[in-house]
Ligand binder design. Structure first.
Ligand code: SAJ
Length: 426
């Protein structure tokens, strides 16, 4: 059954924009709302402030309405909130954008409308923060006058295989009418499956659990990397070996740190929420500490490498290649590169920064000037361009030490070129 709804998507970032374009392609009448006028102007000119294949493919032909005004909510049927939920310095969840968006939507709320929150939040936010705002500001009753569901976003930036259309989703609500309306909407746009959860809290918990699962697994191999450095065992080879086991093992790989707007953030939502209920997630907190300490371990590797060539880090020129939090995208939120740069500078190094995807954070404009005269190089992001640099390029530039923060480079070839190689666990 083909359904066509009037849909408003609030927040046109990595999550909202691909979703808005997909809903349009599947026959819905879509309006995109964003409070950032410059982003709206950019999108009206068919440009996007970030890299995403689906957006690049479908934005040019799209006819979605684009506005900063929430008045469009009035005559819509489904409103989907996709605003960021970062953490404060103390890692507590920052719900300001969710609260602002919910309030603006509530001011326009009409009977019969369905609101779906896609932003990642800790359990209970939908029912204890969003629902009360919607009811108090609109004067309407949730579950009878309007409906609320939570469908945590699962966008994976830069993933060539999994996209907003084919990724399976979960949906939860506090009553069955809203749940079924939300399930019907997602089933009308997705080729992936849609799983009904038992409550708003269960749907919220799915997201923080799946990302905490990833964080603890990365922490596991990061701890192994530090241990195997002392044991003289190549952790990457060992993980690849373990990965030949066809069941009960899922490979994760050590690195110079864990960045992004999901993995290093979402576990804190669970940690802080459970703490308020009297439970301390010792294990999740330890995993966060292990992962947050990888930039420090990476800088230790720089110091060791320079020591091997009888140089001090103080006064050395160290080039950091990569600021994005993961390869071949321009997103540098929570990137470990920033901590690595800070630690290197604190040790007295002159730090050069080069990332072809993130010019605004680079202090050199090309690879040649990034490498020329550098004593040591840290590969912090495994961008395609960096993986094809020949060892000779480094030796010609005078580089003595290579710290491979993503274990992405040919260790033997680099060592054969007479450069000290330090990996993360190899
Ligand atoms: N990282 C490691 N070792 C690993 C995997 C990742 O150090 O084995 C680091 C990355 O370098 C990066 C950070 O962790 O700095 C996060 O990497 P990520 O691959 O998890 O990328 P994200 O943040 O884009 O995570 C998304 C998440 N998707 C959603 O939240 C919707 C996550 O749930 C996915 O598991 C992940 O993509 C994925 O599988 O690629």
């Amino acid at each position: 059954m083909v359904i066509s709804n009037k849909v408003v998507v609030v927040g046109l970032g990595y999550v909202g924009l691909p979703l808005a374009l997909l809903a349009e392609r599947k026959g819905h009448k879509v309006t995109g709302v964003d409070t950032d006028q410059s982003k709206i102007d950019l999108l009206k000119n068919k440009k996007t402030p970030f890299t995403d294949e689906m957006v690049t493919d479908f934005l040019p032909a799209s006819k979605i309405e684009l506005t900063t005004e929430f008045s469009c909510v009035k005559n819509s049927e489904i409103i989907i909130i996709c605003v960021p939920t970062p953490v404060y310095e103390n890692h507590l969840p920052n719900l300001e954008l969710v609260i602002n968006a919910s309030t603006k939507v509530a001011e326009q709320l009409q009977k019969g409308q369905l609101i779906i929150l896609e932003s990642t939040v800790n359990p209970e936010v939908s029912e204890s923060v969003v629902l009360p705002i919607l009811e108090e500001v609109s004067g309407l009753k949730g579950g009878t006058d309007f409906y609320l569901a939570h469908a945590p976003e699962r966008i994976n930036p830069g993933d060539p295989k999994w996209n907003v259309e084919n990724i399976n989703r979960v949906v939860g609500s506090f009553e069955s009418v809203g749940l079924e309306k939300a399930v019907a909407f997602y089933e009308s746009i997705l080729t992936g499956t849609v799983k009904r959860m038992g409550s708003l809290k269960e749907a919220e918990a799915v997201k923080v659990v799946e990302n905490s699962f990833r964080d603890i697994n990365i922490a596991f191999v990061n701890e192994l990397a530090r241990s195997f450095t002392r044991l003289g065992i190549d952790i990457v080879n060992v993980i690849d070996g373990a990965a030949t086991k066809p069941f009960a093992f899922m490979a994760h790989y050590p690195g110079c740190g864990v960045g992004g707007h999901c993995i290093p953030v979402d576990p804190y939502y669970l940690i802080e929420h459970a703490k308020k209920k009297g439970f301390d997630h010792d294990f999740l907190s330890l995993a966060r500490r292990i992962n947050n300490d990888m930039p420090h371990f990476t800088v230790e590797r720089v110091i060791e490498g320079l020591n091997d060539v009888k140089m001090a880090i103080n006064g050395s020129v160290v080039t950091v290649l990569g600021v994005s939090y993961k390869a071949n995208i321009d997103d540098c939120r929570e990137s470990p590169s920033f901590e690595i740069i800070k630690l290197l500078k604190a040790k007295g190094a002159e730090v050069r920064i080069y990332d072809p995807f993130v010019e605004r954070e680079s202090n050199v404009t090309d690879l040649e000037s990034a490498l020329k005269g550098a004593n040591a190089v840290v590969l912090a992001t495994a961008h395609k361009e960096f993986k094809t640099i020949s060892p000779e390029t480094y030796t010609k530039a005078g580089v003595k030490v290579m710290v491979d923060g993503r274990n992405a480079l040919p260790k033997n070839e680099i060592e054969k070129a007479g450069i000290i190689y330090k990996g993360i666990g190899r």
